[in-house]
Write a protein that binds this ligand. Structure first.
Ligand code: C2O
Ligand code: CU
Length: 569
């Protein structure tokens, strides 16, 4: 039999149509978020917390790669609020990104805002959270992004998927914790508990009955979608007698990384496979702090949940307890973190920008102090006020959002003089540093980037006040982490050791205590994008910078216009 050309074309068209039906259907999902106060009982007492739809943690959003979500946020609480979609790049559309006074003014009590969330290359686990005051302590939830219809995971399909959301709980109202440390200039109160899926677990008073339990069947595989939603604490997490195999981080696949424990910082997400292949028993999963700062206090409690096999002999013996590295074990923390690698496979290729064009920014991230105002007593070290900075600028929120000011050319809201290198070069990681180096400058300075420039940014930790790890997060982008190191960055030697083969693609990276990281990204998402430390107290103290990525040429390289319902300032 012979095909005529017409038949051939018809068959080809039919095939393409069916194929497209399976592959290219991007969907729009509609949700409503009601932000309100809800009573919750934890640690033997009940209090009102801010929630979304009455849930803590909040609702999980599900989508496929490339889908769009429309979330109508209604504020029925008593505080101003904004919501951020952490890790979603929002191509050309910073309007829905959420950081307060950076891309929008807050949604006031009684107000609403319809946010559009455009998924593009993200695949895996991300999350959403409040991005104003300290509301994100309880206003957060997971975003789970499945592969495009008709495609699959780059690993054997798990039997089940389970969100594991790590959180931090204060007995006090978090807003009063915030108000107090901002007023006194001291450090915030440590939290009273950590939580797994909203529950502190067995080791805390009154918490046994609610403990989160993961029921598993022997022989099955579970995909844990882990989010660290804690406010101020990098966490170690592990499960007794089970290995986790990390297969994704920050919404991008990684080479499978088997490990006895994971280190996960606030802002990070990890996808990990759990093979239920041990004896039918009960096992603890647990998380506790990794805190490296000398004389920096932290919550040293441990949160637990229980992994129980079906058919286990309940109460036969207490569950096994897992191994967790010691609180300040930087080597353990980084032996895990440095193992993360981009999958860099045929189906999930990596593109590494090689020619760093114009920008080479070395930015110091520091905890600082301000002198105490007269006739006031401050609770920071030696009677000062604690602060934090990047390149010695402690960021001050403007009263109109930067995005609007940029778009409408409103003058006097921000300056464009964020320095491209540290204004003062000293031995950043020296054991003793003179006090005057501790004092930063207050300001609202942005860094302007040309469209499509290749940015390399070296983030250098300093030992000012107290050297500590900083989980730095960039909005609007994922970046490749091409280098890491302890001590001071050496601009001659260190670049020779960069990983330009399979560096991990992340949106949050931990700058090691008294160390540095180098990241790269192509500035091809025009807009106004915040970068900051994801330890909430450091963000409050000013450890943040705003990038303005200019429009490129042609419509496809330009920011989209704002929606009509931007919350008014
Ligand atoms: Cu998790 Cu500025 O965000
Ligand atoms: Cu920090």
């Amino acid at each position: 039999m012979q095909f005529s050309r017409k038949n051939f074309i018809l068959i080809l068209l039919g095939f393409l149509l069916v194929d497209c039906f399976v592959h290219c259907q991007a969907r729009t999902h509609h949700h409503r978020f009601i932000v309100k106060e809800t009573s919750y009982t934890r640690l033997c007492s009940s209090k009102k917390i801010l929630t979304v739809n009455g849930k803590f943690p909040g609702p999980t959003l599900y989508a496929h790669k490339g889908d769009k979500l429309i979330v109508e946020v209604r504020n029925r609480g008593k505080y101003n609020i904004t919501i951020h979609w952490h890790g979603v790049k929002q191509p050309r559309y910073p309007w829905s990104d959420g950081p307060v006074y950076v891309t929008q003014c807050p949604i006031k009590p009684g107000g609403k805002f319809k946010q559009k969330i455009f998924l593009s290359t993200e695949e895996g686990t991300l999350w959403w959270h409040a991005h104003s005051d300290w509301s994100r302590a309880t206003v957060h939830g997971a975003i789970i992004i499945f592969p495009k219809h008709g495609t699959g995971y780059p690993f054997p399909k798990p039997d089940e998927e389970v969100p594991i959301i790590l959180g931090e709980w204060w007995k006090r109202d978090v807003m009063s914790v915030l108000e107090e440390f901002v007023r006194t200039g001291g450090a915030p109160n440590d939290s009273d508990a950590f939580t797994i899926n909203g529950q502190p677990g067995d080791l805390y008073p009154c918490s046994k009955p609610g403990t989160f339990k993961l029921n598993v069947e022997h022989g099955k595989t579970y995909l844990l979608r882990i989010v660290n939603a804690a406010m101020n604490t990098i966490l170690f997490f592990s499960i007794a007698k089970h290995r986790l195999t990390v297969v994704g981080a920050d919404g991008s696949y990684t080479k499978p990384l088997p490990s006895k424990f994971i280190t996960i910082s606030p802002g990070q997400t990890m996808d990990a496979l759990l093979h239920a292949n041990r004896s039918r028993s009960r096992y603890y999963m647990a998380a506790r702090a990794y805190s490296s700062g000398l004389n920096v206090s932290f919550d040293n409690t441990t949160t637990t949940a229980i992994l129980q096999y079906s058919g286990n002999r309940r109460n036969a013996s207490p569950p096994h307890f897992p191994y967790l590295p010691y609180y300040n074990d930087t080597l353990a923390a980084f032996s895990f973190i440095r193992g993360l690698r981009h999958l860099a496979s045929k189906s999930h290729p990596i593109t590494i920008p090689l020619n760093v064009t114009d920008k080479f920014i070395v930015s110091t991230v520091s905890v600082n102090t301000f002198p105490c105002p007269e006739n006031f007593s401050c609770e920071g070290p030696n009677g000062t006020r604690l602060a934090a900075s990047m390149n010695n600028i402690s960021f001050v929120n403007p009263s109109i959002d930067i995005l609007q000011a940029y778009y409408k050319h409103i003058k006097g809201v921000f300056g464009k003089r964020f320095p491209s290198k540290p204004p003062l070069v000293f031995n950043f990681t020296a054991e003793y540093l003179p006090l005057e180096l501790e004092i930063p400058r207050r300001g609202t300075e942005v860094k302007v980037l040309k469209y499509n420039s290749t940015v390399e940014m070296v983030l250098q930790g300093t030992n000012l006040v107290a050297g500590i790890d900083h989980p730095m997060h960039l909005h609007g982008y994922s970046f490749l982490v091409v280098g890491w190191g302890f001590r001071n960055y050496d601009p001659k030697k260190d670049p020779l050791k960069y990983n330009l083969v399979d560096p991990p693609l992340l949106n949050t990276v931990v700058v090691p205590k008294n160390g540095w990281v180098a990241i790269r990204f192509k500035a091809k998402n025009p807009g106004v994008w915040l970068m900051h430390c994801h330890l909430e107290r450091h963000l409050t103290w000013g450890m943040e910078v705003v990038f303005i990525v200019k429009n490129g040429e042609g419509e496809a390289a330009m920011m989209l216009p704002p929606p009509p319902d931007m919350p008014p300032c």
